[in-house]
Design a protein around this ligand. Structure first.
Ligand SMILES: NC(=O)c1ccc[n+]([C@@H]2O[C@H](COP(=O)([O-])OP(=O)(O)OC[C@H]3O[C@@H](n4cnc5c(N)ncnc54)[C@H](OP(=O)(O)O)[C@@H]3O)[C@@H](O)[C@H]2O)c1
Length: 313
Protein backbone atom coordinates (compact mmCIF):
# COMPACT_ATOMS: atom_id res chain seq x y z
CA UNK A 1 0.00 0.00 0.00
CA UNK A 2 1.45 3.36 -0.98
CA UNK A 3 0.90 6.61 0.92
CA UNK A 4 -0.86 7.82 -2.22
CA UNK A 5 -3.43 5.05 -1.95
CA UNK A 6 -3.80 5.47 1.83
CA UNK A 7 -4.36 9.21 1.34
CA UNK A 8 -7.02 8.52 -1.28
CA UNK A 9 -8.83 6.24 1.20
CA UNK A 10 -8.63 8.98 3.84
CA UNK A 11 -10.08 11.55 1.42
CA UNK A 12 -12.94 9.21 0.47
CA UNK A 13 -13.79 8.57 4.13
CA UNK A 14 -13.80 12.30 4.91
CA UNK A 15 -15.99 13.09 1.88
CA UNK A 16 -18.94 11.32 3.48
CA UNK A 17 -18.88 13.85 6.35
CA UNK A 18 -18.37 16.92 4.17
CA UNK A 19 -21.01 19.38 5.33
CA UNK A 20 -21.38 17.82 8.79
CA UNK A 21 -18.13 19.10 10.29
CA UNK A 22 -18.43 22.88 9.80
CA UNK A 23 -16.84 25.10 10.98
CA UNK A 24 -14.20 22.38 11.07
CA UNK A 25 -12.93 20.91 7.81
CA UNK A 26 -13.71 17.35 6.72
CA UNK A 27 -10.53 15.39 7.53
CA UNK A 28 -9.71 11.73 6.96
CA UNK A 29 -6.92 9.49 8.26
CA UNK A 30 -5.59 6.02 7.46
CA UNK A 31 -3.49 3.91 9.82
CA UNK A 32 -0.79 1.61 8.39
CA UNK A 33 1.34 -1.11 9.94
CA UNK A 34 5.12 -1.22 9.49
CA UNK A 35 4.74 -3.04 6.15
CA UNK A 36 2.34 -0.41 4.80
CA UNK A 37 -0.86 -2.45 5.15
CA UNK A 38 -3.96 -0.39 5.94
CA UNK A 39 -5.31 -1.26 9.39
CA UNK A 40 -8.16 1.26 9.52
CA UNK A 41 -9.57 4.43 7.98
CA UNK A 42 -11.44 7.10 9.95
CA UNK A 43 -12.71 10.67 9.66
CA UNK A 44 -13.73 13.66 11.71
CA UNK A 45 -17.51 13.35 11.73
CA UNK A 46 -18.92 16.45 13.39
CA UNK A 47 -17.70 19.66 15.01
CA UNK A 48 -17.08 19.07 18.72
CA UNK A 49 -16.43 15.36 18.26
CA UNK A 50 -13.04 13.63 17.93
CA UNK A 51 -10.74 14.53 15.06
CA UNK A 52 -9.86 11.90 12.43
CA UNK A 53 -6.59 10.82 14.08
CA UNK A 54 -8.25 10.19 17.45
CA UNK A 55 -11.18 8.31 15.84
CA UNK A 56 -8.62 6.15 14.03
CA UNK A 57 -6.82 5.33 17.28
CA UNK A 58 -10.08 4.60 19.14
CA UNK A 59 -11.13 2.22 16.35
CA UNK A 60 -7.78 0.40 16.38
CA UNK A 61 -7.86 0.13 20.16
CA UNK A 62 -11.35 -1.35 20.04
CA UNK A 63 -10.21 -3.91 17.48
CA UNK A 64 -7.00 -4.63 19.46
CA UNK A 65 -4.83 -3.54 16.54
CA UNK A 66 -3.31 -0.44 18.09
CA UNK A 67 0.07 -1.99 18.79
CA UNK A 68 0.49 -2.63 15.05
CA UNK A 69 0.03 1.04 14.19
CA UNK A 70 3.19 2.50 12.68
CA UNK A 71 2.22 5.27 10.20
CA UNK A 72 -0.73 7.64 10.15
CA UNK A 73 -1.59 9.20 6.80
CA UNK A 74 -3.91 12.19 7.27
CA UNK A 75 -5.35 14.80 4.93
CA UNK A 76 -4.61 17.81 7.20
CA UNK A 77 -1.70 18.62 9.54
CA UNK A 78 -2.55 17.20 12.99
CA UNK A 79 -3.58 19.91 15.46
CA UNK A 80 -1.56 20.68 18.56
CA UNK A 81 -4.05 22.82 20.46
CA UNK A 82 -6.82 22.26 22.97
CA UNK A 83 -10.07 23.16 21.24
CA UNK A 84 -13.33 21.33 21.88
CA UNK A 85 -11.21 18.16 21.95
CA UNK A 86 -7.59 17.55 23.11
CA UNK A 87 -4.68 17.91 20.63
CA UNK A 88 -4.24 15.22 17.99
CA UNK A 89 -0.48 15.36 18.59
CA UNK A 90 -1.09 13.96 22.09
CA UNK A 91 -3.23 11.15 20.69
CA UNK A 92 -0.46 10.26 18.23
CA UNK A 93 2.13 10.23 21.06
CA UNK A 94 -0.07 8.05 23.25
CA UNK A 95 -0.48 5.56 20.40
CA UNK A 96 3.34 5.43 19.89
CA UNK A 97 3.03 6.30 16.21
CA UNK A 98 6.42 6.35 14.45
CA UNK A 99 5.58 8.29 11.31
CA UNK A 100 2.98 10.88 10.32
CA UNK A 101 2.36 11.68 6.66
CA UNK A 102 -0.02 14.56 6.01
CA UNK A 103 -1.23 16.26 2.84
CA UNK A 104 -1.90 19.92 3.63
CA UNK A 105 -0.50 22.32 6.26
CA UNK A 106 -3.13 23.88 8.51
CA UNK A 107 -3.22 27.66 7.97
CA UNK A 108 -5.47 28.20 10.99
CA UNK A 109 -3.50 30.27 13.53
CA UNK A 110 -4.78 28.26 16.52
CA UNK A 111 -4.49 24.77 15.02
CA UNK A 112 -1.21 24.98 13.07
CA UNK A 113 2.15 23.89 14.49
CA UNK A 114 1.46 20.19 14.91
CA UNK A 115 4.13 19.36 12.34
CA UNK A 116 6.90 20.88 14.50
CA UNK A 117 5.53 19.45 17.75
CA UNK A 118 5.58 15.95 16.27
CA UNK A 119 9.04 16.38 14.77
CA UNK A 120 10.50 17.76 18.01
CA UNK A 121 9.13 14.69 19.79
CA UNK A 122 11.17 12.49 17.45
CA UNK A 123 8.49 11.28 15.03
CA UNK A 124 9.22 11.12 11.32
CA UNK A 125 6.96 13.75 9.76
CA UNK A 126 6.31 14.16 6.03
CA UNK A 127 4.22 16.88 4.46
CA UNK A 128 3.21 15.71 0.98
CA UNK A 129 2.73 19.32 -0.14
CA UNK A 130 6.56 19.59 -0.15
CA UNK A 131 6.75 17.07 -3.02
CA UNK A 132 5.44 16.85 -6.57
CA UNK A 133 1.62 16.97 -6.68
CA UNK A 134 -0.21 13.67 -7.03
CA UNK A 135 -3.85 12.84 -7.69
CA UNK A 136 -4.58 12.06 -4.01
CA UNK A 137 -2.84 15.22 -2.82
CA UNK A 138 -4.95 17.26 -5.22
CA UNK A 139 -8.11 15.49 -3.98
CA UNK A 140 -7.18 16.39 -0.39
CA UNK A 141 -6.53 20.01 -1.38
CA UNK A 142 -9.86 20.20 -3.20
CA UNK A 143 -11.71 18.75 -0.23
CA UNK A 144 -10.04 21.20 2.14
CA UNK A 145 -10.56 24.12 -0.28
CA UNK A 146 -13.53 25.64 1.63
CA UNK A 147 -11.68 25.53 4.96
CA UNK A 148 -8.51 26.98 3.41
CA UNK A 149 -10.46 29.78 1.71
CA UNK A 150 -12.44 30.71 4.82
CA UNK A 151 -9.29 30.72 6.97
CA UNK A 152 -7.30 32.80 4.50
CA UNK A 153 -9.93 35.23 3.13
CA UNK A 154 -12.90 35.28 5.52
CA UNK A 155 -15.28 34.47 2.66
CA UNK A 156 -17.08 31.10 2.38
CA UNK A 157 -16.52 28.74 -0.54
CA UNK A 158 -19.08 29.50 -3.25
CA UNK A 159 -20.31 26.74 -5.56
CA UNK A 160 -22.60 27.74 -8.43
CA UNK A 161 -24.87 25.07 -9.87
CA UNK A 162 -26.79 25.78 -13.07
CA UNK A 163 -29.09 23.51 -15.07
CA UNK A 164 -29.37 24.32 -18.77
CA UNK A 165 -31.72 23.01 -21.46
CA UNK A 166 -30.68 22.03 -25.00
CA UNK A 167 -30.52 25.69 -26.04
CA UNK A 168 -28.57 26.83 -22.96
CA UNK A 169 -31.56 28.40 -21.18
CA UNK A 170 -31.96 28.12 -17.40
CA UNK A 171 -35.73 28.63 -17.53
CA UNK A 172 -37.75 25.39 -17.29
CA UNK A 173 -40.85 24.88 -19.48
CA UNK A 174 -44.12 26.35 -18.11
CA UNK A 175 -45.53 24.31 -15.22
CA UNK A 176 -42.19 22.63 -14.40
CA UNK A 177 -39.49 23.43 -11.86
CA UNK A 178 -36.74 21.37 -13.45
CA UNK A 179 -35.86 19.74 -16.74
CA UNK A 180 -32.96 17.54 -15.78
CA UNK A 181 -32.56 13.78 -15.34
CA UNK A 182 -32.71 11.70 -12.15
CA UNK A 183 -28.91 11.34 -12.17
CA UNK A 184 -28.39 15.08 -12.32
CA UNK A 185 -31.00 15.67 -9.61
CA UNK A 186 -28.98 13.35 -7.41
CA UNK A 187 -25.81 15.30 -8.19
CA UNK A 188 -27.59 18.53 -7.27
CA UNK A 189 -28.63 17.06 -3.94
CA UNK A 190 -25.09 15.80 -3.23
CA UNK A 191 -23.94 19.41 -3.64
CA UNK A 192 -26.77 20.62 -1.39
CA UNK A 193 -25.90 18.02 1.26
CA UNK A 194 -22.42 19.44 1.75
CA UNK A 195 -23.62 23.09 1.83
CA UNK A 196 -24.00 25.06 5.05
CA UNK A 197 -25.98 27.77 3.27
CA UNK A 198 -27.93 28.16 0.03
CA UNK A 199 -28.01 31.42 -1.91
CA UNK A 200 -30.93 32.12 -4.22
CA UNK A 201 -32.70 35.12 -5.75
CA UNK A 202 -36.19 36.52 -5.29
CA UNK A 203 -37.01 35.51 -8.89
CA UNK A 204 -36.50 31.81 -8.12
CA UNK A 205 -38.52 31.94 -4.91
CA UNK A 206 -41.46 33.68 -6.56
CA UNK A 207 -41.39 31.42 -9.64
CA UNK A 208 -40.81 28.01 -8.04
CA UNK A 209 -41.25 28.15 -4.22
CA UNK A 210 -38.34 25.63 -3.95
CA UNK A 211 -38.10 23.46 -0.83
CA UNK A 212 -34.29 23.50 -0.63
CA UNK A 213 -34.26 20.27 1.39
CA UNK A 214 -31.90 17.37 0.73
CA UNK A 215 -33.80 14.51 -0.92
CA UNK A 216 -32.42 11.97 -3.50
CA UNK A 217 -29.46 11.31 -1.09
CA UNK A 218 -29.44 10.86 2.70
CA UNK A 219 -28.80 14.11 4.57
CA UNK A 220 -26.49 14.51 7.58
CA UNK A 221 -28.47 14.04 10.78
CA UNK A 222 -29.49 17.25 12.57
CA UNK A 223 -27.91 19.42 9.89
CA UNK A 224 -29.18 23.01 9.84
CA UNK A 225 -28.74 25.35 6.88
CA UNK A 226 -29.19 29.03 6.17
CA UNK A 227 -31.24 30.13 3.14
CA UNK A 228 -30.04 33.51 1.87
CA UNK A 229 -32.48 35.25 -0.49
CA UNK A 230 -31.01 38.10 -2.56
CA UNK A 231 -33.91 40.51 -2.78
CA UNK A 232 -33.10 44.22 -3.00
CA UNK A 233 -36.71 45.37 -3.11
CA UNK A 234 -38.31 43.17 -0.45
CA UNK A 235 -40.47 41.26 -2.95
CA UNK A 236 -40.36 37.91 -1.12
CA UNK A 237 -41.46 39.16 2.34
CA UNK A 238 -44.11 41.27 0.58
CA UNK A 239 -45.45 38.78 -1.96
CA UNK A 240 -44.68 35.41 -0.33
CA UNK A 241 -44.47 35.73 3.49
CA UNK A 242 -45.98 32.25 3.77
CA UNK A 243 -42.98 30.86 1.86
CA UNK A 244 -40.57 32.22 4.47
CA UNK A 245 -42.63 30.76 7.29
CA UNK A 246 -42.81 27.35 5.58
CA UNK A 247 -39.04 27.35 4.94
CA UNK A 248 -38.40 28.13 8.62
CA UNK A 249 -40.71 25.27 9.56
CA UNK A 250 -38.57 22.97 7.38
CA UNK A 251 -35.57 23.96 9.54
CA UNK A 252 -34.02 26.60 7.29
CA UNK A 253 -32.90 29.90 8.77
CA UNK A 254 -34.05 32.49 6.23
CA UNK A 255 -32.10 35.71 5.64
CA UNK A 256 -33.40 38.22 3.07
CA UNK A 257 -30.60 40.53 1.91
CA UNK A 258 -29.90 43.48 -0.37
CA UNK A 259 -26.20 42.59 -0.49
CA UNK A 260 -25.49 38.88 -0.87
CA UNK A 261 -21.69 39.22 -0.59
CA UNK A 262 -21.65 40.92 2.78
CA UNK A 263 -24.30 38.52 4.08
CA UNK A 264 -22.23 35.51 3.00
CA UNK A 265 -19.14 37.04 4.61
CA UNK A 266 -21.06 37.53 7.87
CA UNK A 267 -22.03 33.84 7.89
CA UNK A 268 -18.39 32.75 8.33
CA UNK A 269 -18.43 33.84 11.98
CA UNK A 270 -21.36 31.47 12.39
CA UNK A 271 -19.45 28.50 11.07
CA UNK A 272 -20.46 28.49 7.39
CA UNK A 273 -17.78 27.02 5.12
CA UNK A 274 -19.70 26.22 1.93
CA UNK A 275 -22.48 28.04 0.08
CA UNK A 276 -24.39 26.55 -2.85
CA UNK A 277 -25.86 29.03 -5.32
CA UNK A 278 -29.18 27.77 -6.69
CA UNK A 279 -30.51 30.83 -8.45
CA UNK A 280 -31.94 31.87 -11.79
CA UNK A 281 -29.98 33.57 -14.57
CA UNK A 282 -29.94 37.08 -13.02
CA UNK A 283 -28.30 36.25 -9.69
CA UNK A 284 -26.20 33.36 -11.09
CA UNK A 285 -24.51 35.70 -13.54
CA UNK A 286 -23.92 38.32 -10.84
CA UNK A 287 -22.20 35.69 -8.68
CA UNK A 288 -20.18 34.39 -11.65
CA UNK A 289 -19.04 37.97 -12.33
CA UNK A 290 -17.80 38.41 -8.76
CA UNK A 291 -16.76 35.79 -6.27
CA UNK A 292 -17.07 32.05 -6.81
CA UNK A 293 -14.95 28.90 -6.49
CA UNK A 294 -16.71 25.98 -8.15
CA UNK A 295 -19.11 25.93 -11.09
CA UNK A 296 -21.26 22.93 -12.02
CA UNK A 297 -23.35 22.83 -15.17
CA UNK A 298 -26.04 20.22 -15.75
CA UNK A 299 -26.85 20.35 -19.45
CA UNK A 300 -29.79 18.61 -21.08
CA UNK A 301 -29.01 17.22 -24.52
CA UNK A 302 -31.31 16.74 -27.50
CA UNK A 303 -30.02 13.20 -28.11
CA UNK A 304 -30.58 11.55 -24.73
CA UNK A 305 -32.84 11.57 -21.67
CA UNK A 306 -29.70 11.90 -19.54
CA UNK A 307 -28.05 15.24 -18.85
CA UNK A 308 -24.34 15.94 -19.08
CA UNK A 309 -22.86 16.96 -15.74
CA UNK A 310 -19.76 19.13 -16.04
CA UNK A 311 -17.59 20.76 -13.41
CA UNK A 312 -16.21 23.84 -15.13
CA UNK A 313 -13.89 24.70 -12.22
N1 LIG B 1 -31.94 26.14 -14.37
C1 LIG B 1 -31.56 26.43 -13.14
O1 LIG B 1 -30.51 25.98 -12.67
C2 LIG B 1 -32.42 27.36 -12.32
C3 LIG B 1 -32.16 27.53 -10.94
C4 LIG B 1 -32.97 28.41 -10.24
C5 LIG B 1 -33.98 29.08 -10.89
N2 LIG B 1 -34.22 28.86 -12.22
C6 LIG B 1 -35.27 29.55 -12.93
O2 LIG B 1 -34.93 30.92 -13.00
C7 LIG B 1 -36.14 31.67 -13.17
C8 LIG B 1 -36.05 32.94 -12.36
O3 LIG B 1 -34.99 33.71 -12.89
P1 LIG B 1 -34.40 34.97 -12.16
O4 LIG B 1 -33.20 35.42 -12.91
O5 LIG B 1 -35.51 35.95 -11.95
O6 LIG B 1 -34.05 34.34 -10.74
P2 LIG B 1 -32.98 34.75 -9.63
O7 LIG B 1 -31.66 35.01 -10.25
O8 LIG B 1 -33.04 33.66 -8.62
O9 LIG B 1 -33.56 36.06 -8.98
C9 LIG B 1 -33.38 37.28 -9.63
C10 LIG B 1 -33.73 38.41 -8.71
O10 LIG B 1 -32.80 38.47 -7.65
C11 LIG B 1 -32.74 39.79 -7.18
N3 LIG B 1 -31.38 40.17 -6.88
C12 LIG B 1 -30.91 40.60 -5.70
N4 LIG B 1 -29.63 40.90 -5.75
C13 LIG B 1 -29.25 40.67 -7.01
C14 LIG B 1 -28.01 40.80 -7.67
N5 LIG B 1 -26.91 41.22 -7.02
N6 LIG B 1 -27.94 40.49 -8.96
C15 LIG B 1 -29.02 40.02 -9.62
N7 LIG B 1 -30.24 39.89 -9.05
C16 LIG B 1 -30.34 40.19 -7.74
C17 LIG B 1 -33.28 40.67 -8.30
O11 LIG B 1 -34.47 41.29 -7.84
P3 LIG B 1 -34.35 42.76 -7.17
O12 LIG B 1 -33.76 43.63 -8.24
O13 LIG B 1 -35.76 43.08 -6.81
O14 LIG B 1 -33.47 42.62 -6.00
C18 LIG B 1 -33.62 39.73 -9.42
O15 LIG B 1 -34.78 40.03 -10.10
C19 LIG B 1 -37.26 30.75 -12.79
O16 LIG B 1 -37.96 30.39 -13.95
C20 LIG B 1 -36.58 29.52 -12.21
O17 LIG B 1 -37.28 28.33 -12.52
C21 LIG B 1 -33.46 28.01 -12.94
Amino acid sequence: MTWEHALQLAVEEAEFYRGATSPNPPVGAAGLDIDGNVLAVAAHQRSGSFHAERNLIVDLERRQLLEKLHTVVVTLEPCSHHGKTPPCTEALFSASVSRVVFAVRDPHPKASGGENVLREAGLEVICLSDFAPTHALQSARNQLGPFLKVTQSGMPWITVKRALDESGSMIPPPGRKTFTSQESLQMAHILRRRADAILTGSGTILADRPEFTVRHVEDHSAKSRVLVIADRTGRVPREAPEYIEAAQNRGLEVLVTEDWRSTLRSLVSRGVLEVLVEAGPALSSDVLNHDWDEHWVIQKTSTSEDSIIRKLR
